[in-house]
Write a protein that binds this ligand. Structure first.
Ligand SMILES: Cc1cc2nc3c(=O)[nH]c(=O)nc-3n(C[C@H](O)[C@H](O)[C@H](O)COP(=O)(O)OP(=O)(O)OC[C@H]3O[C@@H](n4cnc5c(N)ncnc54)[C@H](O)[C@@H]3O)c2cc1C
Ligand code: SF4
Length: 500
């Protein structure tokens, strides 16, 4: 059976949800295709046991690593994509992130656009995603106006930590957060189950609430859930149709414009699976780069613990330290970012190290303050998504820039010890952390060295765009979501001007 629309958007996460909303007002007949379903608003949304022990919302799909060993990726297939679970820390990249930057382990390449090009779209993305923050405190902040909303207030403990960080000569700044009407009736209640949990109140700024829901209010926009895009069918330099598996059937959807937003790994996989006589290496892959330059950030969870200090903070994710973002204290190379994290729950700790009793973990985490140390990893051709002969995703990823990350963790430990924490615990998902996946279909001006052009249109296929984390030529060291959304708005404007 064949269906016809003006635009097909595949995926409903940060890229798909945002571009769907932006294009919804054009009057075009838009079909949004999502492989997952809606996440129900239910008590389990905020249950650490459901989320961390039963992995209730995570995909059960297994990917393979470079050795062919199966692993369960930390990713989610549902309306809103991974944004349903994000901590909603919505940062702009630093101005320097758009330029070539030398790191301890090599060069982070320049983007084909500069910060000033994306700045007006960051403004719009911050409004769409209700970002709360405060300009002026962060030493690495790019030029910008005021945030749309004031910062989320620190708890008493975090407020005291901020003062003592300043006494250490550091420049702590409020984390920019996407939450809807915090503290107001019907708004965000600033609870302890935000990062990694779906919001039961729909008060988190995520792609279902801020993108898909408003888009679907327009009658010309349709959403198919439980609809998996299997391959794109192309002839010459045009996509003709998308082959979709839905309710046990395979249907064909034709549209003059196709926008792929499946997330960095799945978008690359979809293009690589879409081989044909004209495109034997996969679609839009004349450069041979489709799937390559996968990045994911180096991330270590850290906890400062003091046996006699109970931490009564509920919403803890409010402060960042960017003093080592561009250079370390004893190295000219960038180290990355330190953020406070959502509260760890005993069951989360037990999921990582199962042998101790839950009560011991509960007692432990009640006396801990949680942090995240995050470092940029660099694009390497060998870090890549490939498709096995049976169609499965195989992810080759050897982390790099580890020296810089070790220094950042060491420096964070020093800071936490100076704050009086007696023990500092660390944990990392290492090379299996796919939460900040990016960079498999990088954008650039040269078709031999990039897959997408600076507006995220594929160099090879004139009616095919990819709008999600795939376009990142470097991973930077701040959370990726706002940059995906800002570029999605920029691409939507470009499409309105040139394609419709
Ligand atoms: C626990 C967690 C915390 C995070 N915290 C933050 C944070 O605080 N700040 C931040 O900026 N980022 C955060 N991130 C990362 C952020 O969520 C991602 O960078 C962002 O969602 C990526 O957007 P995307 O559009 O590339 O992909 P996704 O959001 O993953 O969306 C891809 C969509 O495509 C669908 N899809 C995939 N393949 C197909 C197919 N073949 N057919 C149909 N549909 C398909 C998926 O189901 C999904 O809905 C976090 C992620 C996680 C998991
Ligand atoms: S109520 Fe606020 S803090 Fe709690 S999950 Fe929702 S958005 Fe996050």
């Amino acid at each position: 059976m064949t269906h016809r629309y003006d635009i097909v958007i595949i995926g409903t996460g940060a890229g798909g949800g945002t571009i769907a909303r932006e294009l919804s007002t054009t009057g075009a007949r838009i079909l949004i295709v999502e492989r997952g379903d809606y996440v129900p608003q239910e008590d389990e949304n905020w249950s650490p046991s459901a989320v961390w022990k039963d992995l209730r919302y995570r995909t059960t799909e297994r990917w393979l690593d470079e050795q062919g060993r199966e692993f369960q990726p930390y990713t989610h297939y549902n309306v809103g994509g991974n944004t349903k679970y994000w901590g909603s820390v919505l940062y702009r990249l630093r101005r320097e992130d758009f330029q070539e930057m030398r790191h301890e382990d090599g060069v982070s390449p320049a983007w084909p656009i500069d910060y000033e090009t994306l700045a007006p779209y960051y403004d719009r993305a911050e409004r769409m995603y209700h970002v709360h923050g405060q300009a002026g405190d962060d030493p690495t902040e790019p030029p910008r106006g005021p945030y749309p909303h004031p910062p989320v207030e620190h708890s008493r403990e975090i407020g005291e930590i901020v003062l003592r960080l300043r006494e250490q000569g550091l420049h702590p700044s409020p984390l920019p957060l996407g939450v809807i009407r915090p503290g107001e009736d019907g708004g965000c209640i600033l609870c302890a189950t935000c990062n990694s949990f779906p919001c039961k109140l729909h008060a988190k700024s995520e792609a279902e609430v801020c993108g898909i829901e408003p888009a679907l209010r327009v009658p010309s926009v349709t959403l198919w859930t439980r609809a998996l895009a299997r391959r794109l069918i192309a002839s010459g330099s045009r996509v003709e149709a998308v082959e979709i598996e839905r309710g046990g059937d395979v249907v064909r959807v034709e549209a003059p414009l196709v926008i792929v937003c499946c997330g960095a790994v799945n978008s690359a996989a979809l293009l690589l699976r879409s081989t044909s006589a004209d495109h034997p290496q996969g679609l839009a892959n004349s450069s041979g780069l489709a799937g390559r330059r996968y990045m994911a950030h180096l991330a270590t969870m850290m906890q400062g613990f003091h046996p006699f200090r109970r931490n009564t903070t509920v919403f803890q994710k409010t402060v960042a330290i960017n003093d080592f973002y561009l250079r370390g204290p004893d190295t000219p190379f960038p180290l990355g970012q330190i953020q406070s994290q959502g509260r760890t729950h005993g069951i989360m700790a037990k999921a990582v190290v199962p042998w101790a009793p839950l009560w011991a973990y509960e007692a432990w985490v009640a006396r801990g303050v949680d942090w995240l140390a995050m470092t940029e990893d660099l694009p390497r051709d060998d870090n890549r998504v490939v498709i096995d002969s049976d169609g499965r995703i195989r992810l080759h990823y050897t982390p790099n820039n580890l020296g810089a990350h070790r220094r950042l963790v060491k420096e964070t430990t020093r800071i936490l010890k100076r704050l009086g924490f007696l023990v500092v615990m660390t944990h990392s998902h290492k090379n299996k952390n796919t939460t900040h996946q990016c960079g498999t279909l990088v954008f650039g001006s040269d078709p031999r060295r990039s897959v997408l052009d600076p507006y995220c249109r594929t160099h090879d296929v004139e009616n095919l765009f990819v709008v999600d984390a795939s376009f990142f030529p470097s991973s930077a060291a701040v959370n990726p979501g706002l940059t995906i959304a800002a570029q999605a708005i920029r691409v939507a404007d470009h499409i309105k001007e040139t394609q419709l």
